[in-house]
Design a protein around this ligand. Structure first.
Ligand SMILES: [Fe+2]
Ligand SMILES: [Fe+2]
Length: 291
């Protein structure tokens, strides 16, 4: 199986290209996914892109490929494309466009994030959901034009395990892919998170990656991997016991004949965890995956 490293574990700890490249190398990776938790897409574009290029140059010098740039915890806090008002939805669209610009400044092929969240009121109103969803599709087509102009080759959407968001199930994801197919200037594809896809409280018997593969396999660009208990979306490291392990990931990779769809390790630590503990735990978790 092909492993890559999402940089969420490093947020607020190892900053700037020099430090981050050294940490990535120390962990033995040459393929990473950058996170917008390190650079806010809303920062003024002058300093923002200068910082982005500094990261990109340091990674290049260290022989590290940046596969994609992805929304992290900060970006996920907002409702974006499915927000309750036109103003908020427009800001969501601008957020992704600005993130695409930041991604282009790093000369990276793809930018991605979850699609959006409905408000509590809208989430239980099928007509409102549908109305907002239709507008979100149009916004996405517009964003794809922007992505093409910026030089990107893909936009990625990550399904999330909440009924109040979209897409959450594999069926939702298939609908989004089908609705956008052929409409966008660059292909919109899926990044599927193992900890989201096998979320039993929401998906029941369908909470397994084979179900996802059967429904949306051809649309899956890449994966996030993390340890979880299946009860919440934990983003634990593999040093903890849970429902995912190396054997499961490896078996799936082999059985489904995966070749290019990298498993990006997406581990999130409590902010109060000490830096040396994070580094040691990352090394231990990666050793378990590579065993
Ligand atoms: Fe994820
Ligand atoms: Fe998650």
């Amino acid at each position: 199986m092909k492993l890559g490293l999402n940089l969420s574990f490093a947020v607020k700890r190892w900053l700037g290209g020099r430090q981050m490249a050294a940490v990535v190398r120390e962990l033995g990776f040459d393929k990473i996914q950058f996170t917008w938790d390190l650079i806010d897409p809303w920062w003024p574009e002058g300093p923002r892109d200068k910082i982005a290029r500094e990261y990109a140059r340091a990674f290049e010098d260290a022989g590290i490929t940046v596969d994609s740039a992805f929304g992290g915890v900060a970006s996920y806090s907002y409702n974006h494309f499915l927000a309750p008002t036109p103003e908020l939805r427009d800001l969501g669209k601008q957020h992704l466009m600005r993130a695409i610009d930041l991604t282009a400044a790093m000369d990276v092929r793809a930018a991605g994030m979850p699609f959006g969240s409905y408000s509590a009121e809208d989430a239980v109103d099928p007509a409102r959901r549908e109305e907002i969803y239709k507008q979100a599709l149009e916004a996405m087509v517009e964003v794809s034009r922007h992505a093409k102009r910026a030089g990107l080759s893909n936009i990625l959407i990550e399904p999330v395990p909440l009924k109040t968001e979209f897409p959450s199930s594999a069926e939702d994801a298939l609908r989004l892919m089908t609705d956008l197919d052929g409409q966008t200037d660059v292909p919109v594809r899926l990044l599927v998170d193992w900890g989201h896809a096998i979320f039993t409280p929401l998906f029941g018997n369908d909470a397994n990656m084979d179900h996802w593969m059967d429904l949306v396999g051809p649309y899956i660009d890449s994966f996030h991997i993390q340890q979880t208990d299946g009860l919440y979306d934990r983003h634990w490291n593999f040093t903890r016991a849970g429902v995912i392990d190396r054997a499961l990931l490896e078996d799936f990779w082999q059985r489904r004949g995966l070749t290019t769809q990298t498993y990006f390790l997406e581990i999130i630590y409590p902010f109060e965890e000490r830096d040396e503990v994070v580094m040691a735990d990352m090394k231990a978790g990666i050793a378990l995956l590579r065993r």
